[in-house]
Design a protein around this ligand. Structure first.
Ligand code: NAD
Length: 366
């Protein structure tokens, strides 16, 4: 899985300072000496429903970095669920450790007990460093798990659905920028051809786009290039390409002070979380450059829609149908952003907050 280390520690590093800045409901620190478990569960907001979000296992450089990661990611889940019309809140968990060396059945099941003790306020799933097999261990201790293998009644790997939603968001952005949502002949660079990026390239190839790809893993690059006739480019070169669309599908924070001036695309639409290094700076800067930016948490929601579907008896068709609506939602956000003179990420955040605020009043009486 990908290294997501675009962590900017907050100025006020006190625990409650950070929790209060992001406005979390609950943050649980989980510790078990026997198994060496050190985990943090962040429950950001449960107004719309239980907080659902994956568990990430990562060798964080510090505990502060782990806390910052879980706080930012869980907040993002709140917005992702809200804007997608799901009755879910936002949560996320991080386990501090090396997924290749430190992960074992006992540690995962001990973590599962902590999830169980939250009585359904938090539902976990896969994230970086975790697999569907790991979810099976957690499931032995708690029913509050999604992203289970298909053999256990789950929806399996959510990546194809995430890719489909990203593709829908990209088409909506193309319509806004070029007047047509056809991607045929469009030059598109895809940064990261892992789980989601690989499926996205497949969809783009079907539409006869001209595809440029980059990744850390040479073997994977060669495989995707051969299968879909995509041109391989360097990891840094990708920012200088003369393309119509840039699709970040690897790291967060790739739109930053160093890359912004180099980008020549008219559209940015990808699946990576937290693409804007500093939303308040780089969101407006993209508007100034005339680049149409499809908000990340809106267009990468397909995976969440897929795991949400599991909670109600998994149905692949309805998960895809719901994911397809990302096209319309993205167009709505562009319209709102233009009308209200905001950058698109802010418009998406406001739209999500509006739904949370209005639904919070629905149950104010018996
Ligand atoms: P992945 O680990 O399978 O793929 C990421 C790929 O990016 C890997 O092949 C990796 O080698 C490559 N990569 C890492 N750093 C790179 C760099 N600097 N330049 C080029 N390539 C680089 O992960 P994934 O599941 O495909 O997820 C990709 C992104 O989408 C992540 O940011 C993830 O948080 C986000 N996301 C994924 C899902 C999902 O359903 N999997 C859902 C929502 C969001």
């Amino acid at each position: 899985m990908v290294e997501l280390k675009e962590v900017e520690l907050k100025k006020d590093k006190s625990v409650f300072g950070q929790i209060s800045e992001y406005n979390h409901e609950k943050v649980v620190f989980c510790h078990d000496k026997e198994t060496g478990l050190k985990a943090i569960i962040g429950i950001h907001n449960t107004v719309l429903g239980p907080a659902l979000g994956g568990t990430r296992m990562w060798s964080y450089a510090s505990e502060a970095e782990a806390l910052d990661d879980v706080l930012r990611l869980s907040r993002g889940m709140t917005y992702k669920a809200a804007i997608s019309g799901l009755n879910l809140g936002g949560g996320k968990a991080v386990i501090i450790g090396d997924a290749k060396k430190d992960k074992n059945e006992a540690l995962l099941r001990r973590f599962g007990r902590f999830v169980k003790n939250l009585n359904g306020a938090y539902i976990t799933a896969e994230d970086v460093g975790m697999t569907t097999k790991d979810m099976e261990y957690i499931r032995m201790e708690t029913e509050h798990v999604s992203g289970l293998p298909e053999s256990m009644g789950g929806g399996g790997d959510p990546s194809p659905v995430t890719a489909y939603g990203t593709y829908m968001g990209m088409k909506a952005a193309a319509k806004k920028a070029f007047g047509s949502d056809s991607l045929s002949g469009k030059k598109i660079s895809v940064q990261g051809v892992g789980h989601v990026g690989g499926y996205l390239v497949e969809l783009l190839a079907k539409e006869n786009a001209q595809i440029f790809i980059t990744d850390i893993y040479e073997d994977r690059l060669r495989e995707v290039s051969a299968k879909y006739n995509a041109k391989i480019v360097g990891m840094d070169e990708i920012y200088d390409l003369d393309v119509d669309i840039y699709s970040p599908c690897a790291l967060g924070g790739t739109i930053n002070d160093n890359t912004l001036g180099r980008l020549k695309c008219q559209v940015i639409a990808g699946c990576a979380n937290n693409q804007l290094r500093d939303e308040t700076v780089h969101g407006p800067a993209l508007v100034d450059k005339g680049i149409v930016y499809a908000p990340d948490f809106l267009i990468n929601a397909g995976g969440l829609i897929n795991v949400y579907s599991e909670l109600h008896g998994y149905n692949r068709e309805s998960a895809y149908a719901q994911t397809e609506r990302i096209y319309g939602y993205t167009l709505d956000i562009f319209e709102m952003a233009e009308k209200e003179g905001m950058y698109t990420q802010l418009a998406a955040t406001k739209m999500a907050e509006k739904r949370i605020n209005s639904i919070s009043k629905v149950r104010s009486t018996f």
